[in-house]
Design a protein around this ligand. Sequence first.
Ligand code: NAD
Length: 251
Amino acid sequence: MILQNKVALVTGGASGIGRATAIAFGAAGAKVVFSDIRDVEAEETAALIRETGAECWFVRSDVSSEADVQALVQKAIAIYGRLDCAFNNAGIDRVVKPLHEQSIEDFDKIMSINARGLFLCMKYEIQQMLTQGSGAIVNNSSTNGLVALPGISPYVASKHAVMGLTRSAALDYAKQGIRINAVNPGPIATDLMARSAEQMGITLDGLGAWVPMGRIGQATEIAQAVVFLCSDAASYITGQPSAIDGGYTAS
Ligand code: NAD
C-alpha cells in the first residue's frame, strides 16, 4: 500500500494502460479520480477499481479541451482536497504513412491530444501541487519518444514532445517538491496497439518478434512502474524516461 491516503488522477482510464494504472493506484491504497471520453468502458474501470477496495470517481473529460481539463482537476480537489499523483496517459494512435502523405488534420489531431492535452493536464495539476508543496507526475510517452520508427512521424513527434515537456517541467519545479517523470512503453497489448498492428499488417503477437524478450508487454507491467514513480520510493528521481520495453531500446 505504498500510496496509502494519496489522491491519484489518471487520464484516459477507460481502457488499456490507463485502466490498468487506475486499478494499480487503487490497489496501492490511493483514492482514484480518472477521466476519459468513453462512459461505458469507464464504468467498467470504476467497478474494477472498487474491487480493490479503493474509492474512485470517473469524470468525463477530453484532454484536448482546456475547460474539461480544468474541470477535471477542480473536481479531484473538490472531492478530496488535494492531488498527490497524476498519470497523464490519454493518447491516440498513429496513422501509418510516410511524412509527405500524412494529412495536416491528422498531425494537428495527434498533437492536440498527445502533446497539447498533456501540457494542459500538467499546467492545472501543477497549480494544485504548488499550493501543497508536493506531488508526483508521470507522463505516458513511448519508446517512440526516445527513438523513431518509420511511417508514423506525427506520433513520434508527439511522443518526443512529451519527453521535452517532462524534462522541462521537472527542472521548473525540482526545488518545489514536485517530481515529473515519464514512462516509455514498448509494444503493449491494448486496443490502441491492436489497431496499430492491424495497420502494419501484423498481429499483436507478431510484434513480439521486434522485442529482445520475444513478447509484447502487458498494461500491468507499465502500471507497476507508474505506481513506483509516484511513490516516495522514487523520491530522488525526476525528469527521467523509463523504457519499459522488453529491451527494445537497449540495442
Ligand atoms: P487505449 O486506446 O486502450 O487507451 C487510451 C485511452 O485514452 C482510451 O480509453 C481513450 O478513450 C482515451 N482517450 C483518447 N482520446 C482522449 C481524449 N481526447 N481525452 C481523454 N481520453 C482520451 O490505448 P493504450 O495503449 O492504453 O494507450 C495509452 C497511452 O499509452 C497512449 O498515450 C499511448 O500513446 C501510450 N503508449 C501505448 C503503447 C502500446 O503499445 N499500447 C506503447 C507506447 C505508448
